[in-house]
Design a protein around this ligand. Structure first.
Ligand SMILES: [Fe+2]
Length: 388
């Protein structure tokens, strides 16, 4: 752990310890461990006189360019009324790293066809997910920020996607009142749902911006990941029915248009129906080498438009109520071309109140006067500084 002077902090770093505004107030942290420091949080910490904070990584700073100078000189956040975060971060950097490693180890153990290894890794995964679940807000109306799960360069998309889908699935499962043991088991199934992707040739799964669009037969090969993952585990003597079921059925759709079996409605298990929605939401909102991430609002619109057709309505509703799509403090690009900071998301998770950076003007995107303004994407504070 590194103690870093507030003058050397840059937006994007992750806190390794809670920060308190006053020494005597140890009950209500200003910011919690695991949270990402956004530009507005940094501005607020300086205003509050916080002198230093703790992070797990040393920072590389641009010489002669203090981040504080970048903020005060550009002054885009002047006058910003800050809303405090509503919930503690759900996955600490340490737990996240353990979870990602467990999924990677699972891949290695199925490639080695060693069932004992698989069970050992599953046990580790179970413990890690228990930690994740213990940190979930107890109040089901409190949203869960999955935004912080993004952006770990040391693990590829497939590992991060596995853990994101597990967290989103567990959040939905908890909202639907599944018993805690089932929520944890659902998380384990979700983290292993795409395990068959490791059995597909990497030239098809690790595309680059220069890769040609996949041909029909190549797409068919990728679709076989559900059966390949299922068969591999069966061949190794793995008998956990829920895990096998979710690996095989997470691309089935309510109306029978999914694959590999074209199952309908309740022929698909509840857990597979939950993972299907978490999988689609996370995939659509993730950056990929061949396409940028879609904004959460657009992914949700697609999912909502297909509620009762592809996806189960109650599960879609649980996703919308449980996930925090635009956390307070993140910077976004609007359809007007302007950059803004999210300052309140309590009235509407998908249409938050924003403050436009260049003019300091607030807009409640849920107000019908601003219905023509959409959030195009979340952006980093550095992007804004560079474009000024
Ligand atoms: Fe899949």
């Amino acid at each position: 752990m590194y103690k870093v002077s507030i003058e050397d902090v840059i937006p994007g770093m992750i806190l390794d310890q809670d920060i308190y505004g006053e020494a005597h107030n140890k009950k209500n942290p200003l910011l919690c461990e695991g949270m990402e420091i956004t530009a507005s949080f940094l501005y607020m910490l300086k205003k509050r006189g916080v002198a230093f904070l703790h992070t797990s990584k040393p920072l590389k700073l641009e010489k002669d360019k203090s981040p504080y100078d970048m903020i005060t000189k550009a002054n885009p956040l002047a006058g910003l009324k800050l809303s405090m975060p509503k919930s503690k971060s759900i996955v600490s950097p340490k737990t996240k790293k353990q979870a990602l490693k467990a999924v990677k180890d699972f891949q290695i153990s199925i490639s080695g066809l060693d069932a004992d290894d698989v069970y050992e890794v599953m046990h580790i995964l179970d413990n890690v997910l228990n930690h994740v679940l213990a940190d979930f807000p107890k109040n089901l109306t409190e949203p869960i920020n999955v935004h912080q799960l993004r952006g770990d360069d040391s693990f590829s998309y497939v590992y991060r996607h596995a853990i994101s889908v597990a967290v989103i699935s567990m959040a939905i499962g908890q909202y639907l009142s599944l018993p805690p043991a089932d929520v944890r088991y659902l998380g384990k199934c979700a983290s292993l749902h795409d395990i068959g992707m490791f059995l597909i040739p990497s030239k098809l799964t690790q595309l680059t911006p220069k890769s040609a669009p996949l041909k029909r037969d190549e797409l068919e090969k990728i679709r076989r990941h559900t059966q390949l993952g299922y068969r591999q585990l069966v061949k190794m003597g793995i008998t956990d029915e829920p895990i096998l079921n979710c690996i095989l059925h997470h691309h089935e759709r309510l109306d029978g248009t999914g694959y590999p079996l074209g199952l309908r409605g309740e022929e698909i298990s509840l857990w597979s129906r939950i993972i299907a929605i978490a999988d689609v939401y996370d995939a659509m909102t993730s950056n990929r080498p061949y396409r940028p991430a879609l904004p959460p609002s657009e992914a949700c619109e697609f999912i909502m438009a297909n509620a009762n057709a592809l996806f189960e309505y109650d599960i879609v509703a649980a996703l919308l109520r449980r996930i925090e799509f635009y956390p307070v403090g993140i910077c976004v690009k609007l359809s007007t071309g302007e950059h803004a900071v999210v300052i309140d998301n309590t009235k509407s998770r998908l249409r938050p109140v924003i403050r436009i950076i260049s003019t300091d003007i607030e807009r409640d995107l849920n107000d019908r006067r601003y219905f023509d303004i959409t959030i195009l994407k979340a952006i980093s504070y550095q992007d804004i500084i560079e474009k000024r």
